[in-house]
Design a protein around this ligand. Sequence first.
Ligand SMILES: [Zn+2]
Length: 460
Amino acid sequence: MTSSTTGTSDLPAARLAELRAAVAREMPGVRRDLEALVRIPSVSEEAFDQAHVAASAHAVAELLRGAGMQDVEVLDEGGAPAVVGRLPGPDGAPQVLLYAHHDVQPPGEESDWTSAPFEPVEREGRLYGRGAADDKAGVMAHLAAIRAHDGQPPVGLTIFVEGEEESGSPSLGRILAAHRDKLAADVLVLADSTNWKIGVPALTTSLRGLVEAYVEVRTLDHSVHSGMYGGAAIDAVTAMIRLLATLHDDAGNVAVQGLVSGEAAELDLTEEQLRADAGVLDGVQLIGEGSLTSRLWTKPALTVVGFDATSTAKASNTLAAKAKAKISMRVAPGQDANEAYEILAEHLRSHAPWGVKVDVVVRETGQPFAADVDGPAYDAARAAFADAWGVQPVDMGIGGSIPFIADFAALYPDAAILVTGVEDPDTRAHGADESLHLGEFERVCVAEAVLLERLGQLGS
Ligand SMILES: [Zn+2]
């Protein structure tokens, strides 16, 4: 259950009004700095010029120094540069780590964008640009909160701005290991997620994990004439299709025994809304059983995301000797991603039709996450969100994966982990026309300023 606005710790109305006014005062500068960050095309994907990522790390470091943070450093453990800064708090105050990332996804086809991806433009209350939301607005929300407190929040702060989240955080483990003590905190605020909808804030309390695997099917020593051998010898593509068909039952539920499933909280997600958001064609049924939120957040999902076979243009009347598919599996909270991979691989090997050869290789795993949603930090966050929006926040899941969250959870098992964010359902993070809702963004900044105030009240 969520606590009420006046719940666990008291924040005088006058202090709330002060913080709200301070954020409003800071917003023009926050907006300017956000736009400057968006103009730096800091795509961390290897094929892009990494000088831009270095430039954006430098720009973030300057912003931290400008906000009065100390010991500002650019950390490099062989990947893209992260930025860290500290702000000591009063004696006995809780230590809070604020996370965001300054790298962005590639822009994709520029022609899909209404305006240039790295030139921020406001239209109808939204700021468009790659990174305008994900996650440069996360960086700026942290800075807005610090500025609203005039650089003296009532907690000890560490800010950590990663530079390679969009590339799967390859060196994050090394950075965390090398700077473990410097980054340690009682409360982690990871601002890289979404709110439920415009006007309804959310804490992201569960995430599915990810397994990417390749499966290869081989049936013949070499390809042969389908007229000469078809009907007795089996081709690899047909065998692969039969194998992949075993992954779901007739209702569309994942049929791999041993994968964990859970139940998600019911939120007001309707089939109609989901169909519209996903662009499901008329007459095409949704798959699976149980509530929609459970299907999206707390049950596993299996998708064939790639398939290597002869193209129709080049196909001759031949039995293919081999075929390869790439499978993306979302792992429900509560199951180890590596264990889920082993279960999937064993399913594929043991369901090989007609004795065909099946090889399975894992490419990547990311752990799922389920927050411990009780305790004073969660109470403070819920109260702060209610202060900022005027409505209670919801606990939501995310069907996707943010593997770094599990990395933090593993490293700091005693810390409260708050997953917040600046996004809304229309943000289109990673897509063309990514944008930030500016009205919601100000509420995000108010909520974070109030959160720091309320966390400060938890000190001794
Ligand atoms: Zn992000």
